[in-house]
Design a protein around this ligand. Structure first.
Ligand SMILES: [Zn+2]
Length: 401
């Protein structure tokens, strides 16, 4: 993997770059499309490619439970299994192990203000279903959200799963704490995450030594530390000294202090390596993240809300189930170049949702993903053209209406 910065924002951390992976190039900043279970819900890989998506992120926890990482390996790895020809990523399963069962379901968000992520506040805690989860120095015991069966993840296990899945970019296994965790617990969890990061690197190098050079994966370390400035900075300093290929910024955030948190971290992380803000990426989040040095975003929200009929437009979100759209024969968003907006009206989408037709979720997902993927691409262009702040103001003034 190779990362090259093309242009930087003056007096800011933001930049535009090119990330070259073994299976294709990602122009950054970029939105990473989420295909948790080796599928972007309701879309075929052709549709995903046609809307401009460059890279897909799947999840180690989900694929380990179903159909099993060894089966994916047997199928030729994630790309071959899901028929996606471009670059791929997997996340370590850390967030899911600590929040799932607990945070599983449609209300999951990493923004603490909206819903609280029910991660641990101490070493043993109950998830949403009242099941006890236990963290020890070596790893974490948890129950499958599918059938309640017992499992154990260690840093080594997560890396082994991600090697079996075979994505271009993989992540270190970290502890994702609750935003309600106090300073003392955050500090303890952070130190454990740093020890786990070293173990992830060691096991990655051990497994990698057996691979041909054409199959080498890039490993990103994860910075944690919650909302505490000194912990975030400490984490960034410690993780940046380790031999990672790039970095993820994990954990949960209050929306109001998300950008300062990201800024603290990115001032410390080495400039020449890519940075991924994990699980964040709605339109209003992108500008602040990019300005503060984020290169990659992933977020399930655009496709999740699409399946419920909520669509992005340049003037803000609309809900297509609103009765005024029943007889509105204009496109979903007249400024949008996506397949859905080029060919279908608001009235037709409204009908599909009311009739509970599967095509509703497909067309809405195409639109929302196109909107986000191309908004990030436009932000990239604005950086290259020296017009970032102008574009940010124009977009946000209109989007907030
Ligand atoms: Zn559209």
């Amino acid at each position: 993997m190779n990362f090259k910065i093309e242009k930087k924002l003056k007096n800011e951390l933001g930049r535009a770059g090119v990330l070259a992976t073994l299976h294709g190039v990602v122009k950054t900043p970029a939105f990473v499309t989420v295909g948790t279970k080796a599928s972007v819900k309701a879309l075929t890989p052709e549709q995903i490619k046609n809307l401009g998506a460059q890279i897909i992120l799947a999840n180690a926890y989900h694929l380990y439970l179903q159909p099993g990482d060894k089966l994916v390996k047997k199928a030729g790895g994630l790309r071959k299994f899901m028929n996606w020809s471009g670059p791929t990523m997997t996340d370590s399963g850390g967030f899911q192990v600590f929040s799932l069962g607990a945070a599983f379901g449609d209300s999951v968000t990493k923004i603490a203000q909206k819903t609280t992520l029910r991660g641990p506040t101490s070493k043993s805690f109950r998830d949403n279903s009242g099941r006890l989860m236990k963290i020890d120095e070596d790893g974490v015991n948890f129950c499958s959200h599918l059938d309640g069966s017992k499992h154990r993840f260690t840093p080594e296990k997560s890396i082994e799963i991600q090697h079996n899945l075979g994505a271009d970019i993989i992540f270190a296994f970290d502890e994702c704490t609750s935003p309600n965790a106090d300073y003392e617990y955050q500090k303890e969890a952070l130190e454990r995450t740093h020890r786990w990061a070293r173990r992830c690197l060691a096991h990655h190098h051990h497994l990698e030594a057996k691979l041909p050079s054409g199959e080498k994966q890039a490993l990103f370390g994860i910075v944690q530390g919650g909302r505490f400035e000194d912990l975030r900075k400490k984490s960034a300093r410690i993780i940046s000294k380790m031999d990672f290929d790039g970095f993820g910024i994990g954990g949960s955030f209050d929306k109001k202090d998300m950008y300062s948190t990201v800024g603290w971290v990115n001032q410390i992380l080495p400039e020449e390596k890519p940075r991924h803000l994990l699980g964040i990426g709605e339109p209003e989040d992108l500008f602040g993240g990019i300005q503060n040095g984020v290169d990659l975003f992933d977020c399930v929200v655009p496709t999740r809300i699409a399946r419920n009929g909520t669509l992005y437009t340049r003037s803000g979100r609309i809900n297509i189930l609103n009765s005024k759209f029943k007889t509105d024969f204009s496109p979903l968003d007249e400024n949008c170049g996506c397949y859905a907006c080029q060919n279908y009206s608001r009235a037709y989408l409204s009908h599909l949702f009311r009739a509970k037709e599967m095509l509703a979720g497909t067309l809405a997902s195409i639109h929302n993903l196109y909107f986000i993927v191309n908004l990030v691409a436009e932000i990239r262009q604005s950086i290259l053209a020296g017009k970032f702040f102008q574009f940010k103001k124009e977009f946000l003034d209109r989007y907030k209406q």
